[in-house]
Design a binder for this molecule. Sequence first.
Ligand SMILES: [Zn+2]
Length: 110
Amino acid sequence: MPRPTKPRRICEEPAIKGFAPEDTKLKAEVITMSVDELEAIRLIDIEGISQEECALRMNVARTTAQAIYNSARTKTAKCLVYGYELQISGGNYEVCNGQGGCCACGKTAQ
Ligand SMILES: [Zn+2]
């Protein structure tokens, strides 16, 4: 049995649950991106932070953050290039509560 991994921290549940290509004839394959993969894309490509900083925010090792990000990028590229449908769901994650040292999203502990 694989070793259980600790949950990856995200700031918020994503508002978007998926995308589909405009050309529905292309809708041959569905790619599932986990919520933690989307968070890595959000942090690195939108917030513009480094992979090291992303690892701290998500509470994972740097190599793990890199692997999550690389996987997310590949999936994104396949959807854009091949017109695959994208679903965003699942993954081993927890939403930050303001106590774990994230918390650049500005949350404070309840
Ligand atoms: Zn946060």
